[in-house]
Design a protein around this ligand. Structure first.
Ligand SMILES: Cc1cc2nc3c(=O)[nH]c(=O)nc-3n(C[C@H](O)[C@H](O)[C@H](O)COP(=O)(O)OP(=O)(O)OC[C@H]3O[C@@H](n4cnc5c(N)ncnc54)[C@H](O)[C@@H]3O)c2cc1C
Length: 319
């Protein structure tokens, strides 16, 4: 949903009238888990679905649009994001239960959905309680943990495209695989219909507690981070490859490879997005040199750099 070119000054003046809120030069660092990155040229918080659809249908076609969930899988570069960044608020966070299904808004938090499922005695949603994102982000990333992933409980999703047209697609038609969804890039997920199975509330609650305990033991959950940095390559664990390549604790500026879980990068307090991205590329280089595996980013890096772009690691021909 992004174009590299920054739109001319006074972008808000070119945008349609909306009932929601536009903010120019809006800080995004506080809206992402890494707590780094530059501003959105314009941040748009739509009042509701109608407002969003009208905005998309009426905005100039050359204005790039980027969708933000709760920023738990995003590294926003230091120069910020040109165009309009859309953040879904409370009007997109409804959660309703109907029998074994739950319809959740794209802006609903995974944890709330898991809590609602527990109260409704529906099993299958427990894994969501440990993934700190929104339902829209869970569908886009096919988020998963502890042997389950979003595609397994997803029945269908409703989205709006860059022209404001509505689409509803069955999960089977969304091409979901490990941390991937093949829905068109310009689809913004408005809601998801998810299905569970009747379960015992005590067992569901215990599984959610186990998940919380496990995460607190193995993940740096109290430090700004973006979760798993790289996808696990087929048949291997990214963290093991990173550990064996000697990268645990590796630093660049204020960025560091977590000592606790070395597939997590952390912001020790002073990191820039360039520090984090540069460190990630250094990890890729060292892992490739050590094991011949080229790690792929799971974290989505978006926006423009403030200085020279971070050099992407590319293996030398014949290496
Ligand atoms: C401590 C920690 C632990 C984590 N553990 C896990 C884990 O166990 N498993 C796992 O899978 N992930 C994990 N993550 C990563 C992250 O939580 C997931 O990828 C999550 O699904 C991202 O959701 P989000 O709302 O934060 O999306 P964002 O990070 O804001 O965005 C991620 C992508 O989704 C897109 N997106 C967001 N909302 C929408 C929408 N409504 N419509 C269309 N596209 C949208 C964005 O444009 C972007 O491309 C972890 C992250 C952290 C910080």
């Amino acid at each position: 949903m992004m174009a590299a070119k920054r739109a001319p000054k006074g972008l808000i003046d070119q945008l349609p009238e909306v009932r929601g809120r536009y903010s120019a030069d809006a800080a995004l660092a506080k809206l992402t888990w890494f707590r780094v990155g530059g501003p959105a040229e314009v941040l748009f918080r739509p009042a509701d679905e109608e407002d969003l659809k009208k905005f998309l249908a009426a905005k100039p076609a050359d204005v790039p649009v980027t969708v933000l969930g709760v920023g738990s899988n995003l590294l926003v570069r230091d120069g910020g994001i040109p165009g309009v960044v859309i953040r879904l608020g409370d009007a997109f966070a409804d959660i309703t239960v109907d029998g074994n299904t739950i319809v959740a808004g794209g802006g609903a938090s995974n944890l709330k959905v898991a809590n609602v499922a527990r109260s409704a005695k529906l099993a299958g949603f427990e894994f969501l309680s440990g993934i700190p994102g929104s339902i829209g982000g869970a569908v886009r990333m096919n988020a998963g943990a502890f042997g389950s992933e979003t595609s397994e409980i997803l029945v269908s999703a409703t989205a709006v495209d860059a022209q404001g047209r509505l689409h509803t697609a069955l999960a089977a038609d969304l091409g979901m695989s490990y941390r991937h969804c093949s829905a068109p890039d310009d689809w913004l997920f408005l809601s998801a219909t998810l299905m569970g199975t009747p379960g015992d509330v005590g067992e569901i609650a215990r599984r959610m507690e186990d998940i919380r305990d496990m995460r607190e033991t193995v993940q740096p959950t109290k430090t700004p981070t973006g979760g798993s940095t790289f996808v696990n390559p087929p048949g291997a664990k990214a963290w093991e490859l990173i550990d064996r390549a000697g990268c645990r604790g590796l630093k660049r500026g204020g960025a560091m490879v977590s000592e606790k879980h070395c597939n997590f990068l952390i912001n020790t307090g002073t990191a820039t997005a360039a520090d984090l991205e540069g460190l990630g590329e250094e990890v890729r280089r060292r892992v490739f040199e050590h094991s011949g595996v080229k790690l792929q980013w799971e974290i989505r890096r978006i926006g423009v750099p403030a200085g020279p772009p971070v050099k992407e690691f590319v293996e030398e021909a014949g290496s």
